[in-house]
Design a protein around this ligand. Structure first.
Ligand code: GUN
Length: 298
């Protein structure tokens, strides 16, 4: 059985490190969250983010324009937040409704208030190796690897998925830690073979249980990022999730086959229970970093 890389102890350590930094500031850090429409999953994510703010002593504000809002209205709301000195960080919950120009909206956030590190200026800082807000999920994965002392320097890392939120920034962060990085995606010719070359395999494609045992080199570290809901009892059973399914009428599965990975990997970060808790911890880290910069502390 592999070592299980759980996210909760890493989250606890990160948040404990932030508490004294928040206490030293002359005012609380401020985070504004924009949640467009009423997608239930996004609503839950945002509630979790707001709760984390309250627990850490971060001031938070939630804007909830309806799904019918326009790009122009969102740009105006962001412009107002950009000019408010007590707001250090702005987060636009993704995805936005299809009629909204998402890129335009993300680029309207002032780069020095970019809670998610999604602004091209901050992506550029990541490429250049300069300090800046970093995309939260991949930044959390780097913290997870370091917490469990998984060596990155000189290792082969394979990232499956090339999204702007996870895959691309993940590859850049691993590169910054001196990994030899391969990015795979839906058009990769021989995915299993590419994955088998990995010392560290990061799965972020959103295809339930795609990464089976034959994709994984014996002794590899496997980090599962994808999360999908299983609503079929037989499939839940096949994936070893019968107990979850019986209890909840549904089960969560990642991009990695949860039974197969346990046969070959040396270390495995599962779904749920792995990287999930770290995304919010890194959002809090970005927010505190920005507040310190705005208050001239760092
Ligand atoms: N939707 C899914 N993940 C994220 C994230 O990290 N930030 C934002 N803003 N939206 C998301």
């Amino acid at each position: 059985m592999p070592q299980i890389l759980e996210g909760v102890p890493v989250r606890t350590q990160i948040l404990n490190g932030l508490k004294p930094r928040v206490a030293r500031l002359s005012r609380p850090p401020g985070l504004a969250v924009i949640l467009v429409g009423d997608d239930p999953a996004s609503g839950q994510y945002v509630r979790n983010k707001i709760r984390a703010c309250a627990e850490l002593g971060v001031h938070s504000e939630k804007l909830t324009p309806p799904a019918s809002t326009t790009t122009e209205e969102l740009l105006k709301a962001i412009e107002t937040l950009n000019h408010r000195p007590e707001i250090d960080a702005i987060l636009v919950q993704m995805p936005l409704p299809p009629h909204i120009a998402s890129r335009k909206v993300l680029e309207a956030v002032a780069p020095d208030k970019d809670a998610d590190g999604f602004h091209p200026v901050n992506v550029g800082h990541l490429v250049a190796g300069r300090p800046a807000p970093r995309a939260c999920t991949p930044a959390g994965i780097i913290e997870l690897l370091k917490y469990y002392r998984i060596p990155i320097d000189g290792r082969k890392a394979v990232v499956v998925g090339r999204s702007d939120i996870v895959g691309k920034p993940m590859a850049l962060m691993l590169l910054a830690e001196n990994a030899t990085v391969t990015i795979c995606h839906s058009r990769t010719a021989n995915l299993a073979e590419e994955c088998r070359a990995a010392d560290i395999l990061i799965a972020a494609i959103g295809k339930p249980a795609l990464i089976t045992a034959d994709f994984i080199a014996p002794g590899a570290t496997v980090i599962d990022v994808g999360i999908s809901r299983i609503s079929d009892a037989a499939e839940a059973e096949r994936l070893g999730k019968a107990e979850d399914f019986a209890k909840n009428g549904t089960a969560w599965v990642g991009d990695v086959h949860p039974i197969g990975v346990r046969r070959v990997a040396a270390a495995y970060s599962p779904v749920p229970g792995g990287v999930g808790p770290l995304t919010i911890a890194m959002l809090m880290t970005n927010t505190v970093n920005l507040a310190e910069r705005h208050l001239g502390v760092s």
